[in-house]
Design a protein around this ligand. Structure first.
Ligand code: AMP
Length: 393
């Protein structure tokens, strides 16, 4: 048995899972939230014990140190040397990586250089990789890239209609995101249905605070809704998704602010939050929908954009066999799933309302005579990270 860490560094958080491979047994799960603050929250759970602390954690280097110490404190390990490998979720792998790889000095440099495209994520992942290597010099670190799954997109899908020379010179293209999640749930779908992955036309809906959809055909990512960066595509918690780009210069002029500041509005104050004026959290929108017109409008727009992408992928793939719901909203919100599937009845896709009343379990939620099978599959990005890491080490 081999102990492997799966690490996921966000802008102000660090999530960790320690797994025993190949048994895929979760030994311990932990996270640090509010990194950079005096009241950062550390939560670490083993099978039978739990640590929760509020303390000052100034950066990700300190956060990884605290999480490793907690593993010993909870007696999940007695010695750091028991951990043989660490898989790091890397949000942006550019065109360099179409699969997970060992992180050597050269790979680390490439991850660092891609920071421009994922400023909230790649730089902190680099800090965590370096900090872990400093504490555990013999550990094998593996990069698992959110963009890798979408490297299979054809030029016709990944290129933007801008001068080709600019796309080529500056590597401007659709990179997509949430690839590890789309990869995991689409493979699980084929397993659940006992079908060959390559034979299925699948649309995966990763609906969380960040939301994206992917069309999968011939066993590969065929198109995806996020773009050059993760602001594109669907309406999200705080992100605008697809808009007419001239709004950026227009708003900058009207508000007398820089385009960078407009971009902040589109990234952090738009989406469900901006539309509803209530919250970026879909639960609060759902609760307010019956009495608040703006909340209802926000949810209708969220659903409308999803329907648009389903229509687009249906047409581009020439049909669809399977739809998969996953992530926070996809796994938990029966109402949102129903609002979406109800609009697909013209395609013969039908929800079984009694099967839809579930949260966070693997289940078919469509009727037997539905033209496409609709599935609910909880995502498990950490498991994918641990699997790839174990395979590589
Ligand atoms: P994620 O980014 O995958 O963690 O998903 C976060 C989103 O999932 C937020 O918008 C939450 O409101 C939503 N969410 C989490 N739990 C529920 C739930 N029980 N019902 C509806 N939405 C939920």
């Amino acid at each position: 048995m081999t102990k492997v860490l799966a690490l996921n560094a966000g802008s102000s958080s660090l999530k960790m899972q320690l797994m025993e491979m190949p048994a895929e047994k979760l030994l311990c799960k932990g996270q640090v939230e509010r990194i950079g603050f005096n009241d950062a929250i550390v939560t670490v759970k083993s099978a039978d014990k739990k640590i929760k602390k509020i303390m000052a954690i100034k950066d990700h280097t300190k956060a990884i140190d605290i999480l490793l110490k907690a593993l010993v404190e909870l007696a999940v390990i007695t010695d750091y040397a028991e951990i043989k490998g660490a898989g790091h979720r890397i949000v942006q792998g550019g065109t360099y990586f179409n699969k997970s790889v060992v992180i050597d000095a050269n790979v680390l440099k490439k991850i660092e250089s891609l920071g421009e495209l994922a400023p909230l994520h790649n730089p902190v992942a680099v800090i965590v990789i370096k900090a872990l290597n400093a504490i555990l010099p013999d550990i094998i670190s593996v990069g698992v890239f959110d963009t890798a799954f979408h490297q299979s997109l054809a030029e016709v899908a990944y290129l933007y209609s801008i001068p080709l020379e600019l796309s080529q010179k500056y590597a401007i293209r659709k990179y997509g995101a949430h690839g590890t999640s789309h990869d995991y749930v689409s493979h699980r779908a084929a397993e659940m249905l006992d079908k060959q992955y390559e034979d299925l036309k699948i649309i995966t809906l990763h609906l969380g605070a960040g939301a994206s959809m992917t069309a999968i055909k011939n066993g590969k990512s065929f198109d995806t809704s996020m773009g050059f960066t993760p602001i594109a595509g669907l309406t999200m918690g705080t992100r605008a998704g697809d808009i007419d780009i001239s709004i950026i210069t227009y708003l900058a002029e009207k508000l007398k602010i820089s385009e960078k500041e407009v971009f902040e509005i589109l990234n952090k104050k738009s989406g469900l939050l901006g539309l509803s004026g209530i919250s970026s959290d879909s639960r609060e929108i759902e609760d307010a929908m019956a009495t608040d017109d703006r909340a209802k409008l926000a949810m209708d727009i969220f659903v409308d954009r999803i329907i648009g992408y389903i229509g687009s992928y249906y047409a581009k793939m020439g049909g669809v066999d399977v739809l998969v719901f996953t992530a926070g909203i996809g796994e938990n919100s029966a109402i949102v799933r129903q609002m979406i599937i109800d609009r697909l009845s013209f395609l013969g896709i039908k929800l079984a309302p009694e099967l839809n009343q579930v949260r966070g379990v693997e289940q078919v939620i469509s009727t037997d005579d539905s033209t496409a099978t609709v599935l609910l599959i909880p995502t498990n990005e950490e498991l994918m990270i641990a699997r790839d890491t174990f395979k590589i080490i």
